[in-house]
Design a protein. Sequence first.
Length: 647
Amino acid sequence: MIEQKARRSISGINTLQTTGRSLENQKRAILMILKAVILGQSEEKARNASPSRRRAQSNAVRPVSPRPPGGIGHARANSEYTGSIHKDQKHARHDSSLAGYGSSNQLKVPKEVSEEDMHRSFLFEESASEQDSTASARSSVSAEVAQQSRGGAPAAPELSETGATFEELVERLLAQPTSKADTKFSAIFLALYRKFAAPGRLLEAIVQRFDALERSDSMSLTTTVTQLRYLATMEQWAGQYPGDFAFPRTKRMMQQFITKASQFRICSVAAKEIAFHLDMAQDDDDTNWTYPDREREIIDRSSTGSTSSTLVEDPMSLFSQEFSGTTLGDNNSTTATNVGDTIRSASGSSTTSSQIMANAEAAQKAAKQLHPVPRKTITKEEWRMMMDLPDHLIARELTRMDWILISSIRPRDLVRQVSSNSERAKYKNLVNVNRMVEHFNHVAILVSNYVLFRDKPKHCALMLEKFMRVARRLRELNNYNGLGAIIAGIKSSAVGRLQATRDLLPPDVGKDWLKLEILMSTSRSHAAYRLAWENTNGERIPYLPLHLRDLASAEQGNATFIGAERDGRVNWKKFEILGEVVVSMQRAQGMPYKGLGGGKGEPTIRDLVLEGKLEKDEDVLFARSQQLEPSAGTGGTSEKFKQFFKR
């Protein structure tokens, strides 16, 4: 009907050329054409009333409505259609009333369009008749079409300063990200939501919204894109935290949802990705963390006498039959491939959830081999070996060990590490965090022992210079944890007081060391390090002691709820602080180091670091320091010191 009306009203039909990849341009072009067909007469009357305002126009197709939709003025610069016109020359004519359009190749709207035809259009928009209910309704429809042409996705809701309800947080989790903060929200929420909700509650909330999309009146394409976004979030959740689905009822609910989602062809690949992660679900520290499903089920049964779920309890055989063999793998269509890419790109760029879990498991096995085992007493031979080893090899081996240790830590382990001692005792994976803390202290003590080993100040200065150069190499590798450990060893009470030894250092080494001290200084709450950490691209290892302190301050100094626990609002500001640490850790783990020697590394350096018998008593080390550089008014040494350093 529109085509017939257009052919009756317009002397010549122009052809707009675009491409299938320019959906936005297609929508805008169609909107402009319809407005030009329907509203052309009012524009023509306005021009006839003010002929002096005519001016030459460009050849781009443009709307003739006095109120074009936002952004149309730049359609010529953004569009991909050409200005070549395939015009029916038989019916072409130049109407003098349209002289303001310039070229004869422009879209013409002659005077024959009647007022009756204009009012029959659902896109008719009167310029100044807001009191007319019909025109107002048509205007709202036009605005809705314009919004859909710009994407149509609802923006992420803003969270209140006074906290947020669980439903508001879920809405933002599933909304289309519109800012950098929104892109972080998903990772923060999935890592920390267990502090105020059980996995089954979150799963039911997502399933309810997924089902509501099917019953909505939205366009099919918009609904499909939204459903894929929901599935991407669930894939990220199941891939990074499979322990959330270890509880039998929660796992069964997820299996039933996957079975239902797989019935849609475009969702089948996403369902297979989630099913793959669900197979890895087993009891771990996440399963019985705060707000577990086991306690939630007990509370529901005691209050209602039965459990409720948004999913029908289907037999388990449906899930087995649906995903056994290659049920979903047989679909080799382009659509399935594109959907798989969409899920992967939404859940994590180059490192997928399965790769992150596999890397963590491999790192946890390798980290067990990095436990210090004191076997050899430090002698002059070991001292010379340490001096002769190249600085970059020592820094690389220290970075390799730090990378293995940091990769073995799961994001939630950091949050559990700052909980009370009674709670920490329940989680076995905290051994990975404790192992890295112990390694940090071990490297700091190693530096002190080697610097204080020789009797002459010139030898102490040589080893001190050696570790300062290694620290510079660690900075170049963005290993802030290893750098902090060496600085801790050199600035310890036993080594830091050796002023005469420092005077023997080359000036360039001293100046460079001062820069490293400023970088890792505690002034303004480690402002220099925080700035460097945020602006470091590529491989990097965080300064773990500082981040653990940030987590402890946020966890212990802020309440989880604002108001009553069950009816109160979640104090999301607290979780934003916790989330900054968690997200930065996840991003660092997603960019692995290359060229560190793999699992073998440098055996000589590893043995020197892990197998040396080190003195850990600070009093003994301080006494050794006083022997090297006696303080004013002191004399003699303790018997304990003499016995230890007797060679």
